[in-house]
Design a protein around this ligand. Structure first.
Ligand SMILES: [Mn+2]
Length: 323
């Protein structure tokens, strides 16, 4: 943690330091960026996209976040770039300029970043990146822990653990500490983040994706796969709830294919590690991918069907461990 503090101090002393989020704009990446940025005026939370919940929470809490393009014009006096909750450069969707020191703060099992001497990889196997940011703020900037910041951190922890379903002792403890001396009620906050209005086109896209799903045996694994234009994570989650041992949702846009996979705990216990599977996929097909054992993604420039078959081949090669 002292290493992280030293890196950030060094970067700030050189100039402005953008805190860049993952392109999915989920609550963990957005919450981490904004909370960390609140600790110093030279830090600025920015990224390609704000997910729906993140956008709503940012509006409600008045949290500062700058939306940037894929090729942003960075400030001239940039002192470094911090990237939160992204296992690879492509997961930010943003071109990182060469020669600028970077610091990656992450909790994924896999890492596709390349580091030079002036860079720092700060990767810890915790359940959410906001846990890391929370520990940092507790230690070095406790005055930043306003109710708004606590809400953003807690929301990241809640969504990345699927409301503490995938929690462990440390993440439960972190949740309790985030609530400690907070000026809002946990239950009210849960209700606040639960209300999620869906548009007719969202609903249509999800139903269509569910309607064209296919069941395949990949070696000893039952795989359910489909393609979707949007909401791939949500569709994959629904397929797992419906009983898939592995769910794969693909999409192709402008020549780029993106795979999103999910697996229930029963499958990860028996040997599936989707993050490593996606890493293997990027060795085979290029592009990059990675993630957690039960949730991972890959993106690259190839045909959708080619990416799907490569995924299925790798999955078929995974031996089932008896639990
Ligand atoms: Mn995360």
């Amino acid at each position: 943690m002292d290493q992280l503090k030293a890196w950030i101090d060094g970067a700030i002393s050189r100039g402005a330091v953008p805190v860049l989020t993952g392109r999915n704009g989920d609550m963990d990446t957005i919450g981490s960026a904004i909370a960390l940025a609140s600790s110093h005026p030279s830090l600025m939370a920015c990224g390609l996209h704000l997910g729906r919940l993140a956008a709503r929470l940012c509006e409600e809490t008045g949290a500062p976040f700058r939306k940037i393009s894929e090729t942003p014009s960075w400030p001239n006096n940039i002192g470094g770039i911090i990237i939160v909750d992204a296992a690879a450069e492509s997961q930010t969707g943003v071109k990182i300029p060469e020669g600028i020191p970077i610091c990656v703060i992450d909790h994924h099992d896999t890492c596709d970043w390349e580091f030079s001497d002036s860079d720092l990889e700060f990767r810890i196997p915790v359940r959410s990146t906001t846990q890391i940011i929370f520990s940092y703020l507790q230690k070095y900037s406790p005055e930043s822990l306003s109710d708004e910041v606590r809400k953003l951190l807690l929301a990241g922890l809640i969504t990345d653990t699927a409301r503490f379903k995938h929690a462990d002792a440390d993440s439960l403890q972190a949740g309790a500490n985030m609530m400690d001396s907070a000026g809002f009620e946990y239950q009210e906050f849960i209700e606040e983040i639960q209300q999620d209005s869906m548009t007719a086109s969202d609903r249509g896209a999800i139903m269509k994706a569910l309607g064209r799903n296919q069941m395949t045996d990949a070696g000893s694994w039952n795989l359910v796969h489909t393609y979707a234009g949007i909401h791939e994570g949500r569709v994959a989650g629904l397929l797992v709830q419906a009983g898939a041992e592995v769910a794969l949702v693909s999409r192709n846009r402008d020549g780029e294919t993106r795979l999103t996979a999910r697996a229930p705990r029963s499958s990860t216990i028996e040997g599936v590690h989707l993050g490593r599977l996606m890493e293997k996929l990027s060795e085979k097909l290029g592009g990059d991918g990675g993630g957690h054992d039960g949730a991972a993604g890959w993106s690259g420039r190839c045909e959708r069907v080619a990416a799907e078959s490569a995924f299925i081949n790798i999955l078929a090669g995974i031996k089932r461990r008896s639990s």
